[in-house]
Design a protein around this ligand. Sequence first.
Ligand code: HEC
Length: 245
Amino acid sequence: MTDAQGRYRFPRTRLEPGQYALRIRATGYDLARPTSAVVTAGQSASADLALEKTADLAAQLTNAEWIMSFPGTDQQKLTVHGCAHCHTLERVVRSRYDAEKWLAVVQRMSQYTTQSFPLKIQKQFGGQRQGMGPQTAEGQAQSTANRRRLADYLATVNLSSGPKWSYELKTFPRPKGEFADSTLRLDTKTGEFIEYPMPRFTDGRRTWVDDRTTPVAFWVGANHSASVVKVEALDTPASPVSDSR
Ligand code: HEC
């Protein structure tokens, strides 16, 4: 991650000598050209990165940024939150379903278990998820009406009416500062903060701190990619946090 001056670094203990291709993640930008760095033993290497405005902003938006960009009331936006539980909203916004077709898709989604995601599809035994299928006639009618409302709304946020979204894509301000994309662990014995850079987005459901190793590592479960990510400290303790966020 870059600091306030735009400098970035990688822990020396993690880099074997060799040639490395560099990639970036900064919403709104792409690398202007493929860039690599050659690391030789015992020496530091540097590579300046040139960025250019991205041609495909939609591919970089987070779920929260999509919801912020959506037209409609907060109440309407709230109904879409659950659609980001098992996968990102990208497949929702890039679809071309009209309200009628959405109805069938929404119905199908309600039949998956909460542990389902597109790489591991699991259907609920006996129909619908708990809480999704009220049994009384009144409940059924309510639930049908809710689905209809959701289907109508979904058709206003996807590509059902043309090749471009009808609303402007908004992004959050770029996080600033050295700790913008990392987790800090306080060593209670020394008062030191140890910095753990986050390797990629995770919706970290579970974090497990493994203090049998030095340095201490975090294990973070990431639901969307069905992966478990090991997060290790940078090789230098970070200075105590002032207000760099
Ligand atoms: C319980 C998990 C779960 C939830 C919640 C969920 N989905 Fe899905 N979704 C899946 C799975 C699994 C797949 C892949 C299998 C499939 O397409 O049926 C999928 C695929 C999709 C696809 C791509 C396939 C297609 O038919 O185009 C779209 C679009 C989609 N979901 C929309 C939604 C919307 C809208 C919501 C909210 C109403 C939602 N999903 C909520 C699990 C879920």
